[in-house]
Design a protein around this ligand. Structure first.
Ligand code: UD1
Length: 346
């Protein structure tokens, strides 16, 4: 089938993608430095798939270590590169940490790709590259806007690095996937998002509030120019998102790309407000979420949702799950995980 290096494979999207890859018969090797994830995610992957992926813990910014890895695994066919820092707020406080980590690791991988005959890379990009678009839904042709945070800038620069790199090496291939807002967890509830400390993202904050770890959810602004005043995003189920990576990997391995560098939006095409998230969560779980409305969060945009037509047509991929299913899976995971933590303490 093929041997795929999944960097950041113990992380949120990486672990779900590893599960889908294994399910499709790919051999998976995970590299992660565990800076924002836990090794026991491998147990969850194994429990779901019956296969424990190979795992190596190291930092992809370490050039020599990365080179040694590729000398050992000479048969890697393609890379899915998730490993990166992703906190918008932290990136404003510590910009160099973000530029160094997110860009050096990418360049090390690209070097290795060329040197060791790896066919291509699927790169984790983000709808953050569009800023607040003038036209909605947003297509891949929308102009890239100046990034509001160093984190967002690392995604823009990474895409440029990849594109330039491929221009100089036309035999190499890559696909950037611009994710909208991934939420939810594997339906088994055995893997999911594991925010360290206080969550910054909406859905983990909702589930932690519902389970009683947080007193109340702060809704960042109800004075936006949207139907209910709260901000709008395009939330997609992480399992749907993971599946898109399999399609992208096949497209590279089967040489079906139209150009050696392609970009796709991955979203549902539907904009959902913060209040809708709260209400749908309450509806599907029967659990109330305490919330207060506070001021807007600096750097937040008002509204964005994807035009996923290109991915639908060209990749034959579509986000299938409903918002309710995604939120229910997030809740199942929160409960499983807390229960596990309690048991581990006893
Ligand atoms: C942000 C980044 C995105 C990044 C993602 C990764 C921006 C514009 N986007 O997405 O590039 O890939 O994080 O982590 O910086 N909200 C609340 N209360 C909360 C948390 C969030 O009301 O406690 C609201 C936010 O204001 C926003 C929505 O919920 O309207 C989603 O927020 P979040 O989950 O943090 O994602 P983004 O900000 O869209």
């Amino acid at each position: 089938m093929g041997k795929i290096l999944v960097t950041g494979g113990t992380g949120y999207i990486g672990s779900h993608t590893a599960v889908e890859l294994i399910g499709q018969g790919f051999e998976v090797v995970i590299v992660d430095n565990l800076s924002n994830s836990q090794e026991r995610t491998l147990d969850g992957i194994e429990e779901i798939t019956g296969v424990r992926p190979l795992f190596e813990r190291f930092d992809l910014c370490d050039t020599e270590r990365t080179e040694a890895f590729f000398q050992k695994h000479t048969d890697i066919d393609a890379i899915i590169h998730f490993a990166a820092y992703k906190s918008v707020g932290e990136s404003v406080q510590e910009p160099l940490k973000y530029y160094r980590n997110n860009l050096v690791s990418l360049m090390n991988l690209l070097d290795a790709m060329k040197k060791h005959g790896v066919q291509g890379m699927v790169f984790s990009s983000s709808c953050t590259v569009y800023g607040q678009p003038d036209e909605l839904p947003v297509t891949e042709q929308a102009p890239i806007q100046k990034a509001v945070s160093p984190y967002g800038n690392t995604k823009q620069i990474s895409e440029e690095i990849i594109e330039d790199f491929l221009k100089a090496g036309p035999a190499l291939n890559a696909i950037s996937l611009r994710y909208f807002n991934p939420i939810g967890a594997h339906p088994t509830g055995l893997i999911g998002e594991l925010p360290l400390g206080v969550p910054e993202n909406l859905v983990p904050y909702v589930t932690q509030t519902a389970i009683g770890i947080r007193k109340e959810l702060k809704v960042f602004g109800d004075d936006y120019d949207t139907p209910d005043g709260s901000a709008i995003r395009d939330y997609l189920h992480v399992v749907d998102l993971a599946k898109a990576h399999i399609v992208a990997i096949r497209r590279i391995l089967e040489r079906k790309q139209k150009k050696n560098y392609e970009v796709f939006n991955l979203g549902t095409g539907r904009g959902v407000s913060v209040f809708e998230i709260i209400h749908t969560f309450e509806e599907v779980t029967g659990v109330k979420v305490n919330y207060v409305v506070t001021g807007r969060r600096p750097g937040d945009i008002e509204k964005i949702w994807a035009d996923p037509t290109y991915a639908n047509k060209e990749l034959g991929w579509k986000a299938e799950s409903t918002l309710g299913e995604a939120l229910l899976s997030a809740w199942k995971w929160e409960q499983y995980y807390r229960d596990h933590l309690e048991k581990a303490k006893q």
